[in-house]
Design a protein around this ligand. Sequence first.
Ligand SMILES: [Fe+2]
Ligand SMILES: [Fe+2]
Length: 281
Amino acid sequence: MKIYKVLPDLKKKKHLAIWHKALRSQWSAEDLNWSAPQRITKDKLKDQMATILTPILMGEQAALYSVSGLIPKLGATCEVESQFYLTTWAVDEARHTELFARYYQRIDREPMSIRRYPAGYLFQSAIVSEDAAEWLAGVLVSEVLAKSVMEEFRRVDLDPVLSEIAHGILEDEARHLGFNHIYLEDRFATMFREAAAEGRTFSEHLHKRLQAVLALVNPIFDRMDAEMKAIGVDRVELYEKVAKEARQRLEKSIACGEKVALGKALAGDPAEAAAIGRQTV
Ligand SMILES: [Fe+2]
Ligand SMILES: [Fe+2]
């Protein structure tokens, strides 16, 4: 075990504000009413849902692994406030993994195996990084995708438990996106302050990473084209929405960081930062 600094600075107020918010917002799969009557009763619809939920369950598990792996990395760079926040992010993704694992039990089905579904594996592999900023740029795509799919689940309202899961996850995703912004804004503010050229190069690098992850979304949708149609989700619209929002969010975080570095803006109010995930970009 390595402790790099005994007394953390705890100077990053926005990071700390969202950490406290995350601590106060915890909930459990046990809070849901699992005995609510099942509305997904037809075998065909159960099979379709088993396919559609596969990349979602895979994404929750991949996020749990990535976040858990980054916790010690942030310790090594003395980013203790971010390290604190990521402990709650890991709890959130563990909760989401449990929720969908239990949801499979509810519909009495299993997800597709990785061998039958390489597109999902390739998508998740492209996100993984040991650098928090690189990971956050890639994970923006899967977080915005998760958010958009949960909004769709709430809209089509196929089953009360699924709608309840979607509602809870949307709250969590808003925080994840909020932290994504806070971290990247701060990282870019530091970079632009120290060397603007370096900030620009890194910005291009992150945009390329995000684009590479986005390119792997359509192969996932190809595998479940018929199933998405069957439940009333328009894949073209969904892709466009996710691509646009993910790019805009990254752009915004970088631009805010640059403004802070140039002294044109103060790093935002902590409460505002914590709520940023709820803003519609
Ligand atoms: Fe999640
Ligand atoms: Fe998430």
